[in-house]
Design a protein around this ligand. Structure first.
Ligand code: NAP
Length: 300
């Protein structure tokens, strides 16, 4: 599996495994450990979490699995996120969902994640979503202290637009190492909001969340989705592939921005197919056919 250096001394696997749906997989601690080991055997060594996933239960479940095997932590890279405050039975005082990027919240969220994940460092911390109350000075102070204490190695953002990214970056000494945004043939917003150009300009590898549109790519529900599904199926046939998902990964991997798909499947054979997609070559014309179907219009 190809490794991508997001920063000096920090490599992640080209395919990342997303943990948002971890509770859906209904695995015991030992089954989850075995699953993680199988994923690592495929070369997928980077795991994407957030404090809030599974109503705050995904991180602890993953941590319980890791706890069973000493040494496994050094073989993997853990990404987690902070900043969203969910309405949850665990926090009965909350009346609405809010975002919180105060120094105290960022630091305490990381400290909780460390306990949950049964580790003493997070490889990469992402700010989950931009906030209208964002104070970059405070974020910079939190990042500085977390880095100095060794609790977090690197920092990035998620769902930021280019301006939001530039503003935060201008307050930081260290480079933000990624922006995790939604990218799939059913979601082209990164091509339309300037983010793709910003990734290229900054030379950062973006991460694509929901690369299969959360499974919607397989169940077209309107004319546009049908056209995308058809275009992908035609390309699959031409490439000699039997599966739609491999074509989608290939479509993402071909892009010069060096996109890292964050794959959400709980099935090892589907992760294996994602890993295999690294070796397929899609032509520019095939790429455009999917893009044009996704845009719903011919190119100007
Ligand atoms: P996805 O890979 O687009 O979708 C995964 C879903 O598609 C799963 O339910 C999976 O089911 C299903 N699927 C995969 N292959 C299939 C097939 N051949 N046929 C039918 N269904 C299939 O990604 P996602 O889970 O939506 O998101 C991936 C990761 O992105 C998350 O885990 C999380 O880490 C991250 N994320 C980040 C943000 C953010 O704001 N930063 C937001 C959302 C997600 P099976 O498990 O049965 O394969």
């Amino acid at each position: 599996m190809e490794k991508i250096a997001l920063a000096p001394h920090f490599e992640v696997s080209r395919i990342i495994h997303g943990q948002w749906r971890l509770l859906d997989w209904q695995l015991t601690d030992s089954e989850l450990l075995r699953f993680i080991e199988q994923v690592v055997e495929l070369g997928i060594t980077t795991f994407d979490h957030a404090d809030i996933y599974g109503d705050y239960e995904c991180e602890p479940a993953f941590g319980k699995a890791l706890k069973q095997k000493s040494g496994i932590r050094e073989d993997i890279q853990i990404i987690t996120k902070c900043g969203i405050k969910l309405i949850s039975d665990k926090y009965p005082e909350r009346k609405v969902k809010t975002y919180d990027y105060s120094y105290e919240h960022i630091v305490s969220s990381v400290e909780n994640s460390l306990v949950n994940l049964h580790t003493d460092y997070i490889d990469l911390l992402l700010l989950h979503r931009p906030s209208p109350l964002f104070d970059p000075d405070e974020v910079a102070r939190a990042f500085g202290d977390l880095k100095q204490s060794g609790k977090v190695r690197f920092f990035g953002v998620s769902n930021f637009n280019p301006q939001q990214y530039e503003v935060l970056q201008s307050y930081l000494d260290d480079k933000l190492v990624t922006n995790q945004v939604e990218i799939s043939p059913l979601n082209l917003s990164a091509f339309e909001d300037g983010n793709i150009e910003s990734f290229l300009k900054r030379r950062i590898n973006p991460m694509a969340w929901s690369p299969l549109a959360g499974g919607k790519i397989f169940k077209p529900a309107n004319n546009r989705e049908l056209a995308v599904n058809q275009a992908i199926s035609n390309v699959a046939e031409e490439m000699g592939l039997r599966s739609v998902d491999q074509v989608v990964y290939s479509w993402l991997l071909k892009h010069p921005a060096g996109i890292l798909p964050v794959v959400g499947s709980g099935k090892i054979e589907r992760l294996q197919k994602a890993a295999q997609a690294l070796s397929f070559i899609m032509t520019d014309e095939q790429w455009y056919r999917i893009f044009i179907a996704a845009k719903g219009d011919e190119l100007p």
